[in-house]
Design a binder for this molecule. Structure first.
Ligand code: NAP
Length: 249
């Protein structure tokens, strides 16, 4: 089997790229981590599960004769991105990072509190209000639990949580895309005064920011991990296609 392009996925952009490659008749394989029970699958062939670190990925790239890798993982999936850099460097496979722009350019962004970590986000949120909508993902909840144990917290997550949360917390299971009407309703229903989010970027989950700004809800944004990767970076699928098209063979 000869696979030309490996997409490291788990994002809408990765699925869009798969559609475009399929339409162009390019041979490709998408890879997902397997974190969610029922992931949204891209078109085409898909493998699920980790590679076993950078070493495992390097072996995979060689075994499957991968000619180029597009790292289209989530902007917060820093471990996978670092492994991709190391593995591709080791076996000489070209790599591009496809990451959508963050939300810093949105009109409300200058008013938001930008913080570098979940721990700082927890402290900041605790100081700004008492009823918090936490949208930073299931696996980050432990980093908020202690500091927000006395606050009313609505933790919105895609998958059920496998850890105890404080009695004042409520876990809401939901999955984007979200619209502004729905986000207004959620903020109103729980009388939210602080929203905590990661700087995920894109419009899939950005409606909460519009609704929060409209209602005067304070917003705390966790900045993206510092990913100064020594690889070309593009911010949309068209640019990734352009990069792939410029590769020899
Ligand atoms: P991470 O911390 O950077 O990665 C941890 C490990 O998970 C990696 O070392 C790798 O295991 C495996 N992995 C991650 N992405 C993979 C992929 N696309 N294909 C195969 N293995 C993968 O990643 P994460 O933050 O847990 O994110 C996991 C997945 O969820 C990613 O695909 C990401 O795009 C998606 N996602 C993440 C977030 C987020 O906020 N972090 C949000 C939405 C979607 P091995 O070392 O064994 O290879």
């Amino acid at each position: 089997m000869s696979v030309t392009v490996l997409i490291l996925g788990g994002t809408g952009e990765a699925r869009q790229l798969a559609c475009v490659l399929a339409a162009d008749g390019v041979d490709f394989l998408s890879s997902l981590a397997g974190r969610v029970a029922e992931p949204r699958l891209p078109v085409g062939r898909v493998r699920i599960g980790g590679f076993g670190g950078a070493e495992g990925l390097a072996v995979f790239l060689t075994e499957y004769d991968i000619r180029a890798v597009v790292d289209a993982t989530h902007p917060f999936a820093a471990g996978m991105s670092a492994n991709a850099v190391a593995a591709c460097g080791r076996v000489g496979v070209p790599l591009v990072r496809l990451a959508r722009p963050g939300w810093a350019g949105l009109p409300g962004a200058p008013r938001w509190c930008w913080v570098a970590s979940h721990e700082t986000a927890a402290v900041t949120a605790a100081s700004l209000g008492s009823r918090i909508l936490l949208t930073t993902g299931r696996r980050s909840l432990g980093r908020y639990r202690e500091r927000l144990a006395q606050h009313v917290v609505v933790a919105r997550v895609v998958e059920p949580v496998d850890q105890q949360v404080p009695p004042s917390w409520r876990v809401v299971l939901d999955r984007g895309p979200y619209d502004v009407d729905g986000e207004r309703a959620l903020l109103k229903e729980h009388r939210i005064d602080v929203l905590v989010t990661k700087d995920s970027g894109g419009d899939y989950t950005s409606a909460k920011l519009d609704a929060a700004d409209e209602f005067g809800v304070r917003v705390v944004v966790v900045r993206r991990p510092d990913a100064r990767l020594d690889v070309p970076c593009v911010s949309d699928v068209a640019a990734a296609m352009h990069w792939l098209g410029s590769r020899p063979g």
